[in-house]
Design a protein around this ligand. Structure first.
Ligand code: AMP
Ligand code: MG
Length: 426
C-alpha cells in the first residue's frame, strides 16, 4: 500500500496495574520494552505507571498519544472488571469494540485442554477495537493488539512478562521493524572483572573521544556493579556491516587497554566462558566452598551442558567439615585459621584429589556481618585454584559490601581465577 506512514522514532510505555503503585511489585516490563525498542532505533522518551482506573488511564494515554509516535501499554488485559486497558484505549480512540469469534474459540480451546469450560467473563478478552490487529499470545489467554491510530501506533500487551516478551519479540522482527526508521542501534557489551570502575574508566577514557568523533560515532556507557564492570558501546547506523567493523575495532582497543580483565565481548557470562574453556580443553572441575555456601558451583551449573565438565563439589562450612570432606588437616586450620591461603589451597587440593578432577577451586572467607577481626576483617576471602598442572594459585581479597555481595564477589573471583589460569595455558 502506498499510504503515508510515520517512521517510528519515539515511544512511551504505560504500565497499567494498581499493584505496580504499591510496595510489593515493580514494573519490569518497561525495562525489557525499552531495550527491544532501542534495537529498532526507537527511543523511549517517557514511561508512566498507572493504576486500574479508567479516567486516569484515559488521561495518561491521551497525553502519550500527543507526544510519542508509538504508545505501548502493558497489563490490564485480563478478564476481570479491574482490567480496563482495552476499553479505555478503544474509548479514547473512539473505536467500537467488536467480539472476535476466533479469539473466543482459541480461549475456549485453552480451557478445554485443561478439561475446563471457559468462564463467560473471558469473553471480554475477545473484544477487539475495530480495525486492530490481533497479536497471538502463546502463553496466556489475553491476546495483544496493534492499532493504527492515524499516523501513530498503539500496542497493547498483557502484563505477565512471560506472555509479553515473546509477543514483543514477534513485533520487533515484524510490524514494528517495518515501521521503524532505517537506522538501528547496534550494541556491544564488554564485561570486565578484577578492577574498579575508576580504573576501567581511566584506562578507557582516552578512547572515548576518538570514538565519539569517528564515523560512525560510538557512544559509551559504563555500568559498575560489585565484581563486574560493563562497558556498553552503541552505534546508531543504517546498516550492520560498517557498524560491526567499528565495534570490533573498538572492542579490540579495549582489550589492548585492559588486557585479560576483559572476560566477555559476546554476551556470554563468566560461568559460560569458564565452562567453554573447560569443555574445549576436555578438562573437568570440582569446587570446595565455605563462605560462598555453594554459590560458585551453583553458577557453574546454571549453564546447560555443564555436566560435561562439572564433577561436583562440597560445601565445607565448619572446620570439622573441611577436615572430614576435604582432608584439610586440623593442625593446618589451627595454625593459620580457616580463612587463610594455606587452608584455601588445601581445600582446592582436597576436592581435586577427592573427585579426580583436573581443576580444583576453593573459597574460604568471612561474609559477615559478624566474625571479623582486625587482622581479617569482614569481607576477607582466600581463594585458591589448582590447575591440571597440579600447581596452586592463591589470593586473598577484601571485598566491600554486605553478606550477599561478599559471597557474589568471592564466587566471581573464584571463577575468574580459573578463567585466567586456563587462558594462560595451564
Ligand atoms: P495483568 O495483565 O494486568 O492481569 O497483569 C498480570 C500480572 O502481570 C500482574 O499481577 C503482574 O504480576 C504482572 N505484571 C503486570 N504488569 C507488569 C509490569 N509492568 N512489569 C512486570 N510485571 C507485570
Ligand atoms: Mg492488572
Amino acid at each position: 500500500m502506498a499510504e503515508m506512514r510515520l517512521a517510528l522514532r519515539t515511544a512511551e510505555v504505560i504500565a497499567v496495574g494498581s499493584e505496580l503503585l504499591g510496595w510489593t511489585r515493580v514494573d519490569t516490563n518497561s525495562l525489557f520494552l525499552s531495550e527491544r525498542l532501542a534495537s529498532l532505533g526507537i527511543q523511549l522518551t517517557l514511561k508512566t505507571v498507572a493504576g486500574d482506573d479508567r479516567d486516569r488511564l484515559a488521561d495518561v494515554f491521551r497525553h502519550a498519544l500527543d507526544r510519542a509516535d508509538l504508545v505501548v501499554l502493558t497489563g490490564g488485559l485480563g478478564p476481570t472488571d479491574d482490567d480496563v486497558t482495552r476499553e479505555v484505549v478503544a474509548a479514547v480512540l473512539e473505536l467500537p469494540l467488536i467480539e472476535d469469534p476466533s479469539i473466543v474459540e482459541r480461549i475456549e480451546r485453552r480451557f478445554a485442554r485443561r478439561g475446563l469450560r471457559m468462564p463467560e467473563i473471558n469473553r471480554r478478552q475477545a473484544l477487539v477495537p475495530k480495525g486492530a490487529t490481533v497479536l497471538e499470545n502463546a502463553n496466556g489467554t489475553a491476546p495483544g493488539l496493534l492499532i493504527e491510530a492515524g499516523v501513530r501506533v498503539v500496542v497493547l500487551l498483557p502484563g505477565p512478562p512471560r506472555e509479553l516478551q515473546p509477543m514483543m519479540e514477534a513485533l520487533v522482527s515484524g510490524a514494528l521493524a517495518e515501521r521503524a526508521t532505517a537506522e538501528r542501534l547496534y550494541r556491544r557489551v564488554i564485561l570486565i572483572t578484577g578492577r574498579s570502575e575508576s580504573h576501567v574508566e581511566e584506562a578507557v577514557q582516552p578512547l572515548y573521544s576518538r570514538w565519539r568523533t569517528a564515523s560512525p560515532p560510538i557512544e559509551t556507557t559504563i555500568l559498575a556493579s560489585p565484581g563486574q564492570i560493563e562497558l556498553h558501546l552503541t552505534v546508531r547506523a543504517p546498516s550492520a556491516a560498517a557498524t560491526q567493523a567499528a565495534l570490533a575495532s573498538a572492542t579490540a582497543q579495549v582489550r589492548d587497554a585492559i588486557g585479560d580483565d576483559v572476560f566477555s565481548t559476546d554476551g556470554r557470562s563468566l560461568e559460560e566462558i569458564v565452562g567453554d574453556l573447560l569443555r574445549s580443553r576436555h578438562l573437568t572441575i570440582a569446587v570446595a566452598e565455605s563462605c560462598t555456601g555453594g554459590l560458585l558451583l551453583s553458577r557453574l551449573t546454571d549453564i546447560a551442558g555443564s555436566s560435561d565438565y562439572v564433577l561436583g563439589g562440597v560445601v565445607a562450612y565448619s572446620n570439622a567439615a573441611k577436615t572430614q570432606f576435604l582432608d584439610v588437616s586440623a593442625n593446618l586450620i589451627a595454625a593459620h585459621g580457616a580463612v587463610s591461603e594455606p587452608v584455601a589451597v588445601a581445600m582446592a587440593e582436597g576436592i581435586r584429589s577427592g573427585t579426580s578432577s583436573d581443576v580444583g577451586v576453593a573459597v574460604t572467607g568471612i561474609a559477615g556481618p559478624g566474625g571479623g577481626t582486625p587482622q581479617k576483617p569482614v569481607g576477607t576471602v582466600a581463594i585458591a585454584a589448582v590447575g591440571p598442572d597440579g600447581l596452586a594459585r592463591v589470593r586473598t581479597l577484601l571485598f566491600p559490601g554486605g553478606r550477599a555481595l561478599v559471597k557474589f564477589q568471592a564466587s566471581q573471583e573464584g571463577l575468574d581465577m580459573v578463567r585466567k589460569m586456563l587462558i594462560a595455558g595451564c
